[in-house]
Design a protein around this ligand. Sequence first.
Ligand SMILES: [Zn+2]
Length: 271
Amino acid sequence: MSEQYEVLAVRYGTRQASAAEVFLNYHVYREPDRPLGMDYFFWVARNPARSVLIDTGFSPAAGAARGRTMLMDTVPALHAAGLTPDGVAQVVLTHAHYDHIGGLPAFAGTGAEVIMTRDEYEFWTGPMGRRGQFAHSAEASELDQLRELRAVGRLTLAGRARPIAPGIELIQVGGHTPGQAIVTVTTAGGPVVLASDAVHYYEELERDRPFSIVSSLADMYAAFDQIRELANGGARVVAGHDPLVAKRFGRPADPPTRRPAERDHDQPVAA
Ligand SMILES: [Zn+2]
């Protein structure tokens, strides 16, 4: 039998956005614009034998440069989830945007294996990743850190599907970025899909609305199909930036009178 894990979504940042910013070519839907909160998460899959971190958050500087509100830096956020950098065996990077790899320095002095897709690494360390519309979502110094990790043998490059540990698998879907990955995790409550930025908001899946930052629109739609198929097979999907994650993946033990909006913002959410 495959190992099972507890999954935590750790909300470390937030900002106010709008539908027109978030959805690609929003005008085609002929709806008025509306405010939409955007939350920033990383995720933990753990059991008594192993803790795997999925993404690392943005750095304080990269978040501030873009007007994002940081609620917790990476290490305090790990502490809130009951972890320290030394306790993390593997760090999976779903893609190389600033809000997913900016917390890597916390693991510089640890032995954690860092894993991302080869397509993602090669894109961002190659010439196309430096073009303006792409480069806007990345930090050159953080891409250099990926190169350094690779040079010292700590960065593993994955193909389209790769087991991370028993019960945890990385699956490349592309779309948002060339090598965007999702991560599936076996839990006692069935499989969980950490969609990361393959699905920022549930509305993308439910109304088939692509996100505004896209490297291949066809791949993004195909990723929606692939994730819906996993959901139809019984998996719970955790969207990458949706404030609804707290509501949909809150601890079942919470008293029903305590609404997610009343939850402390530094409370990790169990999926
Ligand atoms: Zn993101």
